[in-house]
Write a new protein. Sequence first.
Length: 338
Amino acid sequence: MTAIGVSRRQAVLGTTAAITSVGAFSGLRVRTAQAKAPRATDQAPYYYRFNHGTVQATIVSDGPLHIGEPSASFLRTPKEEIAKMLTDNFLSPTNVVLEQNVLVLNTGDKMVLFDTGMGSSKIFGPSTGKLLSTLKAASIDPKDIDAVVATHAHLDHVWGIMADDGSRHFPNAQIYISKADFDFWTDEAKLGITDPVGYIKMSVEGARKNLLPNRDRMVFFKDGQEFLPGIQAMSTPGHTVGHTVFMITSDGKTLAVIGDLTHHQILLLQKPRMEFVNDTDSKQAANTRVRVLDTLATNKIPLLAYHFPWPGLGHVAKLGDGFQYFPTPMQMVLDQNA
């Protein structure tokens, strides 16, 4: 240490000692800073806005689904391999968490909501059922929704249409869904089907509760049909018989709303032929997944994935025998001139 270094150190120590001595001599207490504040209990608002062509899009959330041990849901793959895929990507190997990214489009003429979340059900944990509160936070009134568009009729997509008291959460909306999914999941005969966890019976009961009261305001779209301005249906069966992807086009820009084409940004992209437990036809679902993801990757079409990490916007690119997901950076300043 140099002489200059020593002298500076001695000066600092001497000053500190002098302050302490003055404090002791004068009877003053020398206090150290101890800033205290209550711990926050809330997060940032659970909505995200962006422009898509000439329309404004808002993603809101119904809250995350806690699926649990992954090998129980992602099938025909060794548990150890699934765990390694997750840990290699800094994800928990013991609890898969899936988001519920709900899209609202404001076209200027219509407000269109894509899927509705879990409603009041807590079978995937206490963190779901947030849709109405996140719509409110985003200043979207459920009464202003003109159309509810369902990718399919599973519990985490249509159970938020009706309230437990029988009232409609979106009282002025028409319901758009594929006839194949409506017929399959409201079929009373399926109430007698038994499966190890009772999933089919529970799903049919929930679909009937939410869909049948709206039969008079229901519209069935067809594959390839532009059933609302700028919104085209693409039949993507497998996960369910009538699962549908929606291609939203505005001012020459296209966004694919992919629903449950793939549930996980790592597992079902790196190994797109891996099977998922709730697929109606797992082989068909895998073939559909590969075909559509290949199209999106080849044409560099951005996507919104219902279950990907918040807010679920990004692109996919081919990687070996699978694909890789590239999240779109969030823009926290909204372009007012778009």
